[in-house]
Design a protein around this ligand. Structure first.
Ligand code: HGY
Ligand code: MN
Ligand code: MN
Length: 407
């Protein structure tokens, strides 16, 4: 049984993890930022060092291709994830999948193993969707779910244009996204939730992924004096925003979904002025499409009610809309069997997070492998996966990719 080089994988996770850490210790590599460039440059250098053909496509996806004289031209097995992060992020989200993908190729080359199919490892652009939305943008374009032109024209939360920023950091590639359709796609990722850690599982065979809906909400009220304005005369955009957040929490308590108001800004944002404007985002998710659609309808109805009761005007803009996805049953069985051969405890999992795999599933048989996140913490610098857990996942990843690349 071939094993990956655990020491090299660990070192690279920590080396990449140091990229984009500011003086205050916060790690942030937002898409197409200077910090993202630094991460991309590092991973591209490792891909080159591994002897891969490095390709950047027009949406900035960074791809390392391992092909031989014998297998050139065969549909490849693709692995990969992302190396962009949220704000003040952990160091495993996405990065583990990219680095373990590179590691398995390095291991196979070093052990003189040859596969019938080429293997490609990818780092997809803008998986997190914090600066530009929707999230999973690079893999969405790669899978043909959005035109490259439209994606490149996306305006970020900071007013920048994605295509211009990719050019500025030197990652405006020339190759058409989707230039090759994989025979299969497999992504290794941390669970980012508490289940596997709490229940003592080593490997998650991810067979489903929940649906995601993101929307921007703008509430227009009336600025007025915080002291002199009687309650009955207020059109308080800030209060209305708070009511929406509570409504969403109560709504998903009934539907079995989750809701998050992750960003919010008031205008004029002064301690003694009733907010005239509130701008915030709502992130709704549910593994059940019908429930998710219903929650969206309930929220839309509530916003109309709120306009009456709170004397405000409310407009919304949808910025992400992805239905739940089922992954490939055959690959999930391979993951479970490979874990069993290694004496690792495996269970089926549903991904609560959006993933690049959900986009690749549109064009080829796809699945994911999860490894545990201690206490389920993620999108937080406390995010942690033990060296052994990462190595277990990377070895099962290696086993399954080998099977897929030789069938
Ligand atoms: O939002 C998500 O689920 C992912 O981290 N982009
Ligand atoms: Mn991720
Ligand atoms: Mn993430």
């Amino acid at each position: 049984m071939t094993n990956i080089n655990g020491k090299r994988l660990r070192e690279r996770i920590h080396t990449l993890g140091r990229v984009g850490v500011a003086a205050d210790g916060r790690r942030t590599r937002l898409t197409a930022s200077d910090e993202d460039k630094a991460g991309r440059d590092l991973v591209a250098s490792w891909m080159k060092e591994a002897g891969l053909r490095v390709v950047v496509d027009q949406i900035g996806n960074l791809l390392g291709i391992w092909e031989t004289e014998e297998n050139r031209g065969e549909a490849p097995v693709m692995v990969g994830s992302h190396i962009d992060t949220v704000i003040n992020a952990g160091q495993y989200d996405g990065c583990l999948g990219v680095l373990a993908g590179l590691e398995l190729i390095l291991t196979l080359r070093e052990q003189g193993v040859r596969t019938k199919r080429p293997i490609i490892v990818g780092a997809f652009t803008n998986e997190e969707g914090v600066r530009y939305s929707p999230d999973m943008l690079g893999s969405l374009v790669y899978a043909g779910g959005m035109s490259c032109g439209e994606a490149l024209a996306t305006v970020g939360t900071d007013g920048t244009v994605l295509g211009e920023e990719l050019a500025r950091i030197g990652y405006a590639g020339t190759v058409r996204p989707g230039f090759v359709t994989p025979a299969a796609f497999l992504e290794l990722h941390i669970e980012q939730g508490p289940i596997m850690d709490a229940e003592g599982y080593d490997i998650g065979a991810v067979d489903r992924l929940q649906g995601i809906r993101w929307q921007k909400v703008h509430i227009e009220g009336a600025a007025n004096h915080a002291g002199t304005t009687p309650i009955r005369m207020r059109a308080d955009a800030g209060l209305a925003a708070a009511k929406v957040n509570i409504f969403c929490r109560e709504m998903v308590g009934k539907s079995g979904g989750v809701a998050t108001v992750g960003t919010i800004a008031f205008k004029p944002n002064a301690v003694n002025v009733i907010p005239s404007q509130a701008d915030f985002t709502v992130d709704l998710r549910n593994p059940d499409k019908a429930m998710l659609d219903h929650d969206e309808e309930l929220l839309s109805g509530y916003l109309k009610e709120l306009e009456e009761t709170d004397k405000v005007k409310i407009t919304t803009q949808r910025i992400s809309c992805f239905d739940p996805v089922s992954f490939d049953e055959g690959i999930c069985r391979k993951i479970e069997a490979a874990a069993g051969r290694r004496g690792l405890k495996a269970r089926r999992m549903v991904s609560g997070a959006g993933q690049d795999a959900q986009m690749l599933a549109r064009i080829c048989p796809t699945a994911m492998i999860f490894v545990p996140s201690v206490k389920g913490i993620s999108h937080n610098p406390q995010e942690f996966t033990s060296d052994q857990a990462a190595e277990n996942g990377a070895n099962v990843f290696l086993d399954v990719v080998c099977e897929l690349a030789n069938n």
